[in-house]
Design a protein around this ligand. Structure first.
Ligand code: EPS
Length: 359
C-alpha cells in the first residue's frame, strides 16, 4: 500500500503535474481546500510579480469520481498561466513561426546558488534555461496540491499538520533587502498533532521517520538545513537535560517535554512532531554576484531577472505539504486498507491496542 508521489513540469511550461499513487478508495476530496493551499503558497510578503500572473488551481485528470478517490492513481494538474508568454520559448515541440515572447535567448550567465552551472555541466546543455526551468521553486505548486490530498487523508485518522514562519521580523528584513536589491531566507516550522506512536521504524535507515522528513524537506528548493525537535541545540546539552522523561497515568503514557520533536529512534512517540527547515536567501539577485559566461568563459555578472525577495512564507506551506505527504505515506504503510473505511478501522484497532491517550 505504498503511497507515492511523482511530479513533472517546468516553471514556464504548460503545467505542473502530480501523480499520487496508493490512496485508498472512498476518500472525499474538497476542491476548494486544495485550491486554498495553492493560494496560501502563492501569498506571502516579498514574492515575485510572477504571482500576479498565476492564480493556481487544481485540475483532476484521473483517480477521482464525483469527488471520491477510486483507489487508482490520482492525476493532478496545475496550469502555468505565464506559459502564454513563453509559448515559443518553452514549446514542448520544435516551435513554429518566428521567435516571440520570453525565453528566446539562451541563458548563459549562471547564477551562484541556482541550478544553472551545475545543470549545464551535468546534462551537457548550452542554455541554462534547460536546467533552471525544472529546478525552479514553481515546482512546489505540485507538491502543495499533493500535500493537500495527504492532509485530507490524515484528517480521517485525527492528524493535523500546520506550517508557519519562525521569527516576526521577516517583513522588516524583506523591506531592507528589497531596498538594497538583495534577498533573504528564513526558518519555517511544521507541527503535526495527533500522530500516534509507531509511525516509521528503527529497522532500516530508509524507514526512519526522521530521515524521511529530513529528506523530503531537504528535497525542497532553497532548503539548506533541517532539524527535528531541539535538533542542533541538543548537541550542547547534557543527557539529563536533553531527553523527555516518560510518565504514565491511567490514560496512558505521556511526556512533559518534547525535545525529541515527537520522534525517538526514527519512530513517532505520540508527541507532537516538530520539524524545522532553514531556507537560504534566493539566488536571483538584482545586484548580481560575480559569475563567468558559459559561451565565452569571460568574467561577468550573473543573470538578473524577475524574482522573489523572499519566499519563506511559501516554504511554510510547502513544508507543511511535504511533512503531511510523508506522514500519510508512513500511515499507509502502517494501516494499509484498499478502502478508506479499512484504513480508518485499522488505525482505530491499533489505537485501542496501545496504551496511548491522544491529547
Ligand atoms: C523562481 C523564480 C520566479 C519565482 C518562481 C521560482 O519565477 P519567474 O522566473 O517566473 O519569475 O516566482 O516561483 C514561482 C513561479 C512559484 O509559483 O512559486 C526560481 O527561479 O526558482
Amino acid at each position: 500500500m505504498a503511497l507515492r508521489l511523482t511530479t513533472a513540469g517546468e516553471s514556464h511550461g504548460p503545467a505542473l503535474l502530480a501523480l499520487v499513487e496508493g490512496l485508498p478508495a472512498g476518500l472525499v476530496l474538497d476542491r476548494s481546500s486544495i485550491d486554498e493551499d495553492l493560494r496560501r503558497r502563492q501569498q506571502g510578503y516579498g514574492r515575485s510579480p510572477r504571482q500576479q500572473i498565476e492564480a493556481d488551481e487544481v485540475e483532476v485528470l484521473a483517480g477521482l469520481r464525483h469527488g471520491r478517490t477510486l483507489g487508482t492513481p490520482l492525476a493532478l494538474v496545475v496550469r502555468n498561466r505565464d506559459h502564454e508568454n513563453w509559448r515559443w520559448g518553452m514549446s514542448p515541440w520544435p516551435p513554429e513561426g518566428e521567435p516571440e515572447g520570453k525565453g528566446k535567448a539562451p541563458v548563459t550567465l549562471p547564477r551562484p546558488g541556482h541550478a544553472d552551472l551545475a545543470g549545464v555541466m551535468k546534462y551537457g546543455l548550452s542554455d541554462a534555461r534547460d536546467a533552471l526551468e525544472r529546478a525552479s521553486a514553481r515546482h512546489t505548486a505540485a507538491i502543495v496540491a499533493a500535500g493537500a490530498v495527504a492532509k485530507t487523508l490524515l484528517r480521517e485518522i485525527g492528524i493535523a499538520v500546520e506550517g508557519r514562519v519562525l521569527g516576526d521580523d521577516l517583513e522588516r528584513r524583506i523591506d531592507e533587502a528589497r531596498a538594497e536589491r538583495d534577498t533573504v531566507g528564513g526558518v519555517v516550522e511544521v507541527i503535526a498533532r495527533g500522530v500516534p506512536p509507531g509511525l516509521g521504524s528503527y529497522a532500516t535507515k530508509d524507514e526512519r521517520l526522521d530521515a524521511r522528513l529530513a529528506a523530503t524537506l531537504m528535497g525542497t528548493q532553497a532548503v539548506k538545513g533541517v532539524e527535528i525537535g531541539d535538533g542542533f541545540a541538543l548537541a550542547g546539552k547534557r543527557g539529563s537535560e536533553a531527553h523527555d522523561e516518560i510518565l504514565r497515568d491511567e490514560e496512558g503514557y505521556r511526556r512533559e517535554t518534547n525535545r525529541a520533536g515527537g520522534i525517538e529512534a526514527g519512530v513517532s512517540n505520540g508527541e507532537e512532531i516538530v520539524v524545522r527547515a532553514a531556507m537560504k536567501p534566493l539566488p536571483t539577485l538584482m545586484r548580481p554576484l560575480r559569475s563567468a559566461d558559459l559561451e565565452t568563459g569571460e568574467a561577468t555578472e550573473a543573470l538578473v531577472e524577475r524574482s522573489d525577495v523572499a519566499a519563506v512564507e511559501a516554504l511554510a506551506v510547502v513544508a507543511e505539504a511535504c511533512v503531511a505527504f510523508e506522514l500519510a505515506r508512513a500511515a499507509r504503510e502502517k494501516f494499509g486498507g484498499d478502502s478508506l473505511a479499512d484504513f480508518v478501522a485499522a488505525h482505530r484497532a491499533y489505537i485501542e491496542r496501545i496504551p496511548w491517550s491522544p491529547r
